[in-house]
Design a protein around this ligand. Structure first.
Ligand SMILES: Cc1cc2nc3c(=O)[nH]c(=O)nc-3n(C[C@H](O)[C@H](O)[C@H](O)COP(=O)(O)OP(=O)(O)OC[C@H]3O[C@@H](n4cnc5c(N)ncnc54)[C@H](O)[C@@H]3O)c2cc1C
Length: 263
């Protein structure tokens, strides 16, 4: 029934070669890909396991940037003293993903490549103005998340790391869907110099920046500054978990909570 070739290369170069096949797929934590295969929604010809490639793992500072390897798990990010020292909001975000099993298997590279509209990391990347590094190029987070489950990655392109510039302040607030812990709405805010970023996940078909809130926070980085800024329900998701209007309301609440938490 499961008819595919499994390979576990030891280098990025070998993984790139193996992933170049038309129906090949790379395997990271398998938290999304394996259930998708079990349901026959994906039937790759080749499964290229990235788990044996040392250069894809790890967390380090590169000047003022925090660099997290694609195969770094959510649990490793959550407990990392390097992350907590540079951008504690990212450790909080990672610690709030799913459950212990998901956090110990799921990876940052898998999460952003999958680009679930309710995933947490897309808000962190866009909210911090991060850069996605692949085996071929560098992509600004603002250009990476293209649509629901769609990214700027080309066929066979592999995410190797994500580079986050260290902000002055940042925080993430999420209203979780109680069963999965995915974000019904999650808002990541950051302040760097005189500018602010506000990135919203869960509310729409993909992560988006809230320009009116960014303007208000650039003038005054305080929860009060957001009180008069309203999120429109137009274009937001509406499903059994919550209407578009409810999600729009939550965007305001989560944004104010995030700014208050950022201090
Ligand atoms: C019960 C449950 C609860 C969850 N709750 C949350 C939650 O609260 N918040 C949240 O954000 N997420 C949540 N997730 C998602 C989870 O955290 C993982 O991030 C997600 O499953 C994908 O990561 P992975 O490493 O398992 O990737 P995989 O499942 O291995 O791969 C996912 C996709 O990405 C591709 N891919 C993987 N790595 C790379 C790479 N380096 N370069 C290019 N393409 C790549 C694969 O080919 C595949 O198409 C949940 C998942 C489950 C099962």
């Amino acid at each position: 029934m499961y008819n595919f070739n499994y390979v576990r290369p030891a280098s990025l170069a070998d993984a790139a070669k193996a992933a170049a096949g038309a129906d090949a797929k790379v395997l990271a934590g398998g938290q999304t890909l394996l259930p998708t295969m079990k349901q026959r929604l994906a039937q790759p010809s080749d499964l290229v396991d990235l788990g044996g490639i040392a250069e894809l793992k790890g967390i380090k500072m590169d000047g003022n940037n925090l660099v997290i390897g694609a195969m770094t798990t959510h649990a490793e990010v959550a407990k990392s003293s390097v992350v907590k020292g540079a951008i504690p909001a990212l450790a909080v975000l990672a610690d709030g993903i799913g459950d212990p099993q998901v956090r110990n298997r799921g990876t940052i590279g898998g999460s952003i490549s999958n680009n679930d509209p309710a995933a947490d990391y897309p808000a962190g990347l866009v909210g911090l103005g991060a850069t996605v590094v692949t085996n071929k190029r560098k992509i600004a987070a603002d250009d990476f998340f293209k649509g629901m489950f769609e990214t700027a990655l080309g066929a066979g392109e592999i995410v190797t790391a994500v580079s986050f510039p260290k902000p002055d302040k940042a925080a993430y607030a999420k209203f979780p869907q109680p069963a999965s812990r995915f974000a019904l709405v999650g808002v990541f805010v950051s302040k760097s110099g005189n500018s602010a970023r506000v990135a919203v996940t869960g509310a729409g078909p993909k992560v988006f920046r809230q320009a009116d809130m960014e303007k208000a926070l650039a003038a005054s980085f305080s929860a009060d500054a957001l009180k008069s800024v309203k999120q429109s329900a137009g274009g937001l998701n509406s499903d059994i978990h919550g209407s578009a209007e409810y999600r729009a309301h939550l965007v305001g609440v989560m944004a104010r909570r995030a700014v208050a938490a950022a201090g």
